[in-house]
Design a protein around this ligand. Structure first.
Ligand SMILES: Nc1ncnc2c1ncn2[C@@H]1O[C@H](COP(=O)(O)OP(=O)(O)O)[C@@H](O)[C@H]1O
Ligand SMILES: [Mg+2]
Length: 309
């Protein structure tokens, strides 16, 4: 019997376009693997989402949403209420991972190094540097580098307004970690590989993330073997301490000028990582011999296993 999968994509966060791409690609991969897929474009019309889900009669929901509402525990809560099993992390782990400060506090408890940071109100930035420069300003809970600002030594203007920052309210300021950008996918109880993301220019921002050709993905990352292993272990520990399910992807900075082996820093865990052709998780899976289609099928079967378990 064919298994019915309802796939949620789009949504209404800043990452809508990325999610549409992830959703379309994942739906194709799932059909290749033999699933019967109903794609649902999620909008603010929640009653319509509920009736589309009821109509599709899915055995499982594939969540291809990113960002606010889709990645922060909200859609997960709705699926719990509807008693539908779903891929990726559940309510609590989604909400925790989305809150970068809380996530770092937990991850630090299991021995993973994190850059020091504090949360302040965006309006407090007007009173001067909250941390020694250089530092990073980021919203506490958005993805895709939407609104990540770096304040360097010589900068004479700090963005403080909503217009300039792109967000307001509670924010996180974090020590800037120089060096390299690493990311590690976790699939169940296994960290897959370490990729170095090397931006062709500047820092790794939204445009670089999603525009083909703006970043090089170096897989496996060309870093010392002990740092490679540390990054794999740190990603798995983070996935576990946050209570993530299925697939997640953790981002790190690696300061290769740091003394000894003290240069690896955890930034965040993405509980709904990108699932397009350009995306890092499918690329790492491929690197260890798992096709995109096999990866998506595993995610569906894993969600069904959790329901039965
Ligand atoms: N503390 C930091 N030091 C150096 N670069 C950072 C730091 N925090 C963020 N960045 C840069 O900004 C990017 C986005 O930050 P991240 O915390 O991963 O948020 P998101 O991916 O949700 O936008 C990182 O991939 C990195 O290039
Ligand atoms: Mg990130």
């Amino acid at each position: 019997m064919t298994c019915n999968v309802a796939l949620l994509k789009g949504g209404f966060s800043a990452e809508r376009e990325v999610s549409l791409a992830s959703g379309t690609a994942s739906a194709m991969a799932l059909r290749d693997a033999g699933y019967n897929v109903t794609e649902i474009d999620v909008t603010r019309d929640i009653p319509s989402l509920i009736s589309q889900l009821q109509e599709a009669k899915p055995s499982v929901v594939f969540n291809a949403l990113h960002g606010q509402w889709g990645e922060d525990g909200c859609v997960q809560g709705l699926l719990e209420l509807l008693e539908l099993p779903y891929t990726h992390s559940h309510v609590l782990s989604s909400a925790l991972a989305m809150h970068k400060e809380r996530a770092k506090a937990l991850v630090e408890q299991v021995g993973v190094r994190v850059p020091e940071s504090k949360s302040i109100l965006a309006s407090d930035l007007a009173m001067g540097d909250p941390l020694p420069r250089p530092y990073v300003i980021k919203p506490l809970s958005e993805g895709s580098s939407v609104g990540v600002h770096i304040v360097f030594e010589g900068d004479n203007h700090i963005a403080t307004s909503r217009e300039e920052l792109g967000f307001e309210g509670e924010i996180m300021v974090e020590r800037y970690i120089p060096g390299r950008e690493l990311t590690v996918a976790v699939m169940g109880d296994r960290a897959l590989a370490v990729t170095e993301l090397s931006p062709k220019q500047g820092f790794y921002d939204y445009e670089a993330k999603y525009t083909d050709g703006k970043t090089d993905h170096i897989i496996p990352a060309q870093i010392p073997a002990e740092i490679y292993q540390e990054a794999l272990d740190a990603a798995l520990k983070s996935h576990q301490v946050l209570g993530c399910q299925g697939v997640s992807r953790s981002d790190f900075r690696y300061d290769d000028t740091a003394d000894g082996d003290g240069g690896l820093y955890y930034l965040e865990t993405n509980t709904q990582p990108g699932m397009t052709d350009l995306s890092l998780v499918p690329e790492q899976a491929k690197h260890i011999g798992i096709s995109f289609s096999e990866l998506c099928a595993w995610m569906v079967e894993d969600a069904l296993r959790i329901k039965e378990g």
